[in-house]
Ligand binder design. Sequence first.
Ligand SMILES: [Zn+2]
Ligand SMILES: [Zn+2]
Length: 316
Amino acid sequence: MTQIDRRGFLTTSSLALIGLAVDGSAGAGAAAADEPVIDIHQHVGYAGRADDALVAHQRAMGVTTTILLPAGRSVRTPSTHDGVSNGLQAQCLGNEACFQLVAAHAKAYVSGANEVPDLDEAVPEIERYLKRGAVLIGEQKFGVECDSPAMQKIYQLAQAYRVPVLMHWQLDMYNYGFERFGTMLAKYPRVNFIGHAQTWWANIDRKHTPQAGLYPKGPVTPGGLTDRYLSDYPNIYGDLSAGSGLNALTRDEDFTRDFLKRHQSKLLYGSDCTDVAGAGPTCQGAQTIAALRRLAGSKRIERKLLHDNAKTLFRF
Ligand SMILES: [Zn+2]
Ligand SMILES: [Zn+2]
């Protein structure tokens, strides 16, 4: 019995090693120098994760530069759903915590700047951190109309500092009026916007309906609103992070191969994952990297998605 158990164990661990090598998770550190990866979407304090666990997670994934996205301050307003969405609804910390981590890990980390957009302090608070070197505004994840006066002040600030704005689109919860967003893309042609989250990714499908839920499965019909925004406006980009991004990549791989090719200069790798492993089945960020390597169609496009597009957009 002992022998069989031992052989069983050895077989399992060998398969595990092969699995890691095949999906690119193993040896990520060794590949880092040759193939840098920019993760445009991570958080400090995410679901209570410690800073050293975040740093280890990013290293395990093979990420060489990480953009930290701060939360706004904690307040009870309609725009935070009376406090429900403080900490980006996931215990994420704010500007100061992100800048402290950047200071402790120079070069490997940069930060965004953020605030609850409809507070009087929003513009001065965000501007303070843009002056300190924040590379974008976000993650904007608040219950506000996407074309409200408050949000337009955010877009004008982004224009003045030439930084992108990253927005979490979630039906009836965060950034209302996705169907009207084209008016903002046209009104602020010099602002680069980055779309993220469930409603953004569900709308790759022309046949998407709200009844299909936030993580729709199955075949995708090209020409959804997100697909059209990416085609029609040069100033909108897609953030591939989170379960929503991974779901969009994996639900219809034939569609995905074509989608990645058509929008190869407009899509950006991000992880947005809360785990501590940085590899394997619990790490959605590592699975997204593996999916992009499998579906990109060429090394050139793969490198654009994992690194080059972000390098061009952010200029750091
Ligand atoms: Zn996030
Ligand atoms: Zn992860």
